[in-house]
Design a protein around this ligand. Structure first.
Ligand SMILES: Cc1cc2nc3c(=O)[nH]c(=O)nc-3n(C[C@H](O)[C@H](O)[C@H](O)COP(=O)(O)OP(=O)(O)OC[C@H]3O[C@@H](n4cnc5c(N)ncnc54)[C@H](O)[C@@H]3O)c2cc1C
Length: 428
């Protein structure tokens, strides 16, 4: 067992935990650790509030939000309340909306559509209020190592000055850029989830009425492509299309705006809902290569949120996984610090719980994209499995869904678990 120092050492800044990135994963982990009295420093490259995509929550996002003590704040916020999700065929025909209250109690039955600049600011303010030190416009340049052990980071401040910050544990919460996984050669592309997303914002576009006003709509275009339509406060709608690159760029169209405008015509519901609106701001484009990290960390290092795994956004699982992993990482790191032993094997449960949830969600994503497949086929043949599909899509992902996978495999192939994610444990 190693004893851990948690104070200044010879004039060098020494933190219990340094967190790279103040997104949902980083702020959640930092808040929970500071609540337990840990000395936490968060380093964020951007100046907040900053723009970020990823605005629709699924119901079980409420669980980590409750652990963070943020449900009341969310209830008082201007964020649009989300009670349901609906699916629309290219001809404009809508499915019956799925209302979360038909399965869950009031603590889960409603969630939110957020503006990330505001939501992430709430999270970071919350962390500060619990005593976390947050430095903005500070970029982490490299990991500091002593032998195999990560002992902090080298940072570049806005002035251009560089200095070292040392910590017992370093949490990589850098999102899809996955700072440590890239540098360690741990990043593995998901074999088949390789989509492109193009999105923008509209003002005064159509909204459905009453309880449906905050619904997420998934509207299909050909070849298993889909639009998201996310109503936000301030009369805005976030709307984007996700599909295979070769479908979106057919006929040599490469420009984001041109791609987006052509796809509008591929779904009658999207066309009708956007018609009265005004497009605002840029058109964004990104490659959506889902990836996994071979390891969740090594001695002194733990990966959290998208930095550990980025999954195709079709089921809006990113915020739930980022917040959930932030809270879980804080539990695991706090226990390790308490025991004075930060050996990588202490993070095996953290990794296996997260991977279980990711793998369950990933199988649904694969099924969704399989040609000719629909969840309705499964429910028609196995009505008793409708609840399992709902639970997984709602974010209750750490359950045994083996009966569901057997049933889905009657229709399409879905992948086995990837044998990745455990901590890097080196031989003594
Ligand atoms: C097109 C698209 C649509 C999506 N839609 C949804 C959705 O509807 N619902 C949903 O739940 N999720 C969605 N997601 C996923 C969601 O955006 C992410 O899962 C979520 O933001 C992950 O949070 P995070 O804290 O792990 O990372 P991030 O939110 O990306 O935060 C990482 C932070 O780290 C900082 N950082 C990075 N590198 C450094 C460095 N070297 N030094 C200092 N700071 C650094 C960044 O500036 C950033 O602030 C979508 C994603 C995409 C791409």
């Amino acid at each position: 067992m190693r004893m851990i120092a948690t104070r200044e050492q010879g004039g060098v800044e020494m933190w219990d935990v340094v967190v790279i990135g103040a997104g949902p994963a980083g702020s959640a982990a930092a808040s929970m650790l500071a609540e337990r009295g840990r000395r936490v420093l968060v380093l964020e490259r951007e100046k907040f509030p900053r723009y970020h995509v990823g605005e629709s929550m699924i119901p079980f996002t409420n669980v980590p939000l409750r652990r963070l003590g943020l449900i009341e704040k969310m209830q008082r916020s201007a964020f649009v309340r989300k009670f349901s999700v609906q699916f629309i065929q290219p001809n404009g025909r809508a499915s019956q909306p799925f209302y979360f209250f038909t399965r869950y109690g009031s603590d889960i039955a409603q969630t939110w559509q957020v503006l990330r600049s505001e939501f992430d600011q709430i999270l970071v303010d919350h962390a500060r209020s619990r005593g976390v030190e947050v430095l903005e416009e500070v970029e982490v340049m490299s990991l500091l190592r002593e032998g195999e052990r990560v002992v902090g980071v080298r940072i570049r401040e806005r002035s251009g000055d560089e200095r070292d910050v040392r910590a017992v544990m370093t949490l990589d919460c850098t999102g899809k850029e996955s700072f440590a996984a890239v540098r360690n050669g741990w990043r593995i592309r998901d074999p088949q989830l390789n989509k492109v997303a193009v999105w923008t914002y509209y003002e005064s576009a159509l909204r459905d009425e009453g309880i449906d006003a905050g619904a997420t709509t998934v509207a299909f275009v050909p070849e298993k492509g889909w639009f998201w339509y996310i109503p936000q406060h301030g009369n805005r709608v976030s709307v984007g299309v996700v599909a295979e690159g070769k479908y979106l760029t057919r006929g040599g169209v490469k420009d984001a705006r041109a791609i987006f405008e052509r796809e509008i015509g591929e779904n009658k519901w999207i066309e009708a809902h956007l018609a009265p609106g005004t497009q605002v701001g840029p058109h964004y484009l990104t490659s959506e290569y889902s990836f996994h990290s071979r390891h969740c960390g090594s001695e002194g290092l733990l990966l959290v949120g998208d930095a550990f795994c980025f999954l195709d956004p079709v089921f809006s699982s990113g915020l739930m996984l980022a917040l959930k992993s932030g809270v879980a990482a804080a539990d695991a790191v706090d226990a390790a610090l308490e025991s004075g032993d930060i050996a990588p094997c202490r993070f095996e449960n953290y990794a296996s719980n997260l991977r279980q949830g990711i793998e369950n969600m990933r199988r649904l994503v694969y099924a969704f994209y399989a040609p000719g497949f629909s969840f309705k086929q499964v429910i028609d043949r196995h009505p008793e499995l409708a609840a399992d599909i709902t639970d997984c899509l709602s974010g209750d992902v750490n359950k045994d869904f083996s009966r569901l996978w057997t049933a889905i495999r009657e229709f399409v192939e879905i992948p086995d678990e990837l044998p990745v994610g455990g901590p890097l444990v080196r031989a003594a």
